[in-house]
Design a binder for this molecule. Structure first.
Ligand code: C2E
Ligand code: MG
Ligand code: MG
Ligand code: MG
Length: 284
């Protein structure tokens, strides 16, 4: 009977669903190959002090160039990687590349931290965490030159599991940003025991921000409350002067977005930095 049921369920599999499974499987194979062939690389996007325009650090964003030379955006493969359990491998590669980028910048004399992105699942994997701790210990630069961004979680249970790890990383000197803040589980009470150093206001709120709009009120609330609890606030996806000015006016200190600078490969970051008037090359 079981065999018969199985056969039946094969038969009723919709072609659309079957195509999707085949496509996912292919993506998984390609991703595995990409990991082995170094087809994954990083772009760095500057984080900027809004009032002065001074660069205060970078965020590392993963890119994948497939065999045919096309760039596949992370939104298209990170969720799949999460679903099939490949995200840990990818994110390990990402923090290794991030450390390498941070080291290169530091040794050029720039004391600018570089942040990498992780998903909650990474930090609930003991192997991932211990690999990260070993890598931090081996870094040739101060620990505060490395930072981490974790997407705001959907469940309280996740926080109970990752909070102690985030605390440990903060104690070691890393900054921890709660990414896409406002989109996940964020009860106000919960803010008081969040192990983080800063909140990143999600781009959707910055996008929706016009004078008098609900978006404006949400942004205002996050900034006020976040600061009240001692977090640095950084807004993402700033594309217009008006957005930048409104954020400054509301007391948001830092920002990221195409208006300020696009994500760039490390080589380009180096020439970009050389053109920044506000930043002095420290001697190390
Ligand atoms: P995120 O961490 O919130 O990153 C911000 C995204 O917004 C980036 O897209 C960035 O290129 C884009 N962005 C920055 N400024 C602007 C702007 O002014 N306008 C617009 N429209 N977009 C802007 P990207 O690189 O495609 O990354 C998308 C998401 O993929 C990231 O969102 C992050 O959640 C995830 N991701 C990226 N790299 C990694 C990684 O190494 N590991 C993991 N687990 N996730 C990653
Ligand atoms: Mg991020
Ligand atoms: Mg973000
Ligand atoms: Mg985002």
């Amino acid at each position: 009977i079981v065999t018969r049921q199985r056969q039946l369920s094969y038969l009723v599999l919709e072609p659309r669903l079957r195509d999707e499974i085949v496509q996912r499987y292919k993506l998984l194979q390609d991703l595995n190959a990409a990991l082995e062939n170094d087809a994954l690389f990083l772009m760095l996007q500057p984080k900027v002090h809004l009032k002065s325009g001074r660069v205060v650090g970078f965020e590392a964003l993963i890119r994948w160039q497939d065999n045919s030379g096309h760039f596949i955006p992370p939104d298209q493969f990170i969720p799949v990687a999460e679903a099939v359990g490949l995200i840990g491998k990818i994110d390990q590669k990402v923090f290794e590349m991030t450390i390498s980028a941070a080291e290169q910048l530091y040794h050029l004399g720039y004391q600018l931290p570089v942040a990498f992105n992780v998903t909650c699942a990474d930090l609930t994997t003991p192997q991932f965490v211990s690999n990260l701790l070993v890598a931090i210990e081996r870094m040739s630069i101060p620990t505060d030159m490395l930072a981490l961004e974790i997407t705001e979680s959907q469940t309280v249970a996740d926080y109970e599991q990752v909070n102690p790890i985030l605390s440990k990383l903060i104690k070691l000197g890393l900054s921890v940003s709660i990414d896409d803040f406002g989109t996940g589980y964020s009860s106000l009470a919960h803010l008081t025991n969040l192990a983080a150093t800063d909140l990143k206001i999600d781009r959707s709120f910055v996008d929706a921000m016009q004078n008098g709009s609900n978006g404006e009120h949400v942004v205002e609330m996050i900034i006020k409350l976040g600061k009240r609890f001692g977090f640095d606030i950084i807004a993402e996806g700033i594309e217009t002067e008006q957005q930048r000015n409104m954020l400054i006016e509301k007391g948001c200190m830092f920002g990221q977005g195409y208006l300020l600078a696009r994500p760039m490969p490390l080589q380009q970051v180096m020439s970009w930095l050389a053109l920044q008037p506000q930043i002095e090359q420290a001697t190390v």
